[in-house]
Write a protein that binds this ligand. Sequence first.
Ligand SMILES: Cc1cc2nc3c(=O)[nH]c(=O)nc-3n(C[C@H](O)[C@H](O)[C@H](O)COP(=O)(O)OP(=O)(O)OC[C@H]3O[C@@H](n4cnc5c(N)ncnc54)[C@H](O)[C@@H]3O)c2cc1C
Length: 432
Amino acid sequence: MTDNTSTPAAQGMPLAVIGAGAVGVTTALHLRRLGHDVTLLSTDAPGSENATSYGNAGWLSPGSVVPISMPGMWKKVPGYLLNARGPLRLRPASLPHIWLWLLRFVACGATPARARAIASALRPFLADAPERHARLAAEAGVPDLIQRTGLVIVYPDAAAYEADAFGWQLRRENGVRWRTLDRAALEAACPGLGPQYGFGALLPDGAHCADPGGYVAALAALARERGVRFAAGHVDGFVVEAGQVRGVRTAGGVVACGGVVIAAGMGARALGATLGDTIPLVGERGYHVQLPGVTDEPAIPVMMSDLKFGITPMTGGLRAAGQVEFAPDGAPPDWNRARILLDCLREGLPMMKIGGFGTVRHWMGNRPSTPDCLPVIGPSPTTRGVFYATGHGHLGLVSAPWTADLIGRLVIGAPVPEAAPYDPARFLRFRL
Ligand SMILES: Cc1cc2nc3c(=O)[nH]c(=O)nc-3n(C[C@H](O)[C@H](O)[C@H](O)COP(=O)(O)OP(=O)(O)OC[C@H]3O[C@@H](n4cnc5c(N)ncnc54)[C@H](O)[C@@H]3O)c2cc1C
């Protein structure tokens, strides 16, 4: 482990944050608020469609403590893979690169004790996230982008809800509140919902972001106003002297700094490798379709538990987001996955007038996912002054404020015992 006590950041040296997605922008803003001299460098502009933060489902849910990897998941995977319209696809060409990651991923939540440990490590990111995001949005002058309407998860029937009992138990153990809805209550909460959904749960403390790309852009504008400098450019390496980072390298030259936060989403894997750090991220691809101009959309976000996708009312139209696809890095998107989402949307909301695929906007992005369902937040094992803030998988938007809070303490070398589960050093012996 490196010793980050009395860090250059604590002594007032400039900090560079790499990545202008939700995590990087929120972190840069927070570090500036703490009085640091901050430059944010990013390949893409804040709010860009190229960042995963642009196209997500916008859910800010305390209920997301339930890990993706759960006991018994391995039994469901073959069924998902064999179903051409299922929520999971694995392109065979990706297998040689990710099989070890996949095995570890399935194992990480394979027992109730392991799933419970993940849930309690995720809790701090989620518990008060709606409140934190609402404050940030108000500060950035876009209060309407955080909607605190609650969130609904729907099931075919009460038996299907009961089959998810362990997930609901984990939510209860982590202080999440909900109330169940019968078909009549569901119809009142989500008018137009297909008759195949007879049971649901309303999470009243959940919220959603009605335009994730616009939100990131607004937070970036606030950060700029507060004195964060922005530098467009792809970072391809670091200047390191005697084990201490002194600068970041871009095509335009070196930006000198005494500390770096790598908040580059999937880009953190390659940046870590230049330092000799293993940051074993795999891109869990997801897709969305967005229908502009719909008027009869539900007012509250809905998650179809059977088809594993979410429907969220956005300022730019109704968005259906989901699907997990493992594909080789750089392979072109498979827009059939987005077509599946459109079909699921038609089935979920049969009363809505939904046009053909050509009439909807579609998008693909990479969730930066770790093999243990936990983010990577903490000091580089190899290089003093470098910190990671990545690996948030399915939860990067909701988790951004708490991540920024942890980084704010880590960069000055303060003891942050609650960051221990996210320590990058846990992957020292992992090979991807
Ligand atoms: C379909 C889908 C639905 C989702 N739904 C939700 C949801 O409802 N709620 C939720 O909380 N999360 C959700 N997520 C996950 C969430 O979107 C991600 O976890 C989050 O966006 C990751 O944010 P980030 O800032 O780490 O990365 P990104 O948003 O990808 O940003 C990374 C930034 O780093 C820059 N960058 C990369 N490499 C370099 C480099 N070398 N030099 C300079 N810049 C670099 C990129 O240009 C980019 O700007 C969803 C994801 C998907 C795909």
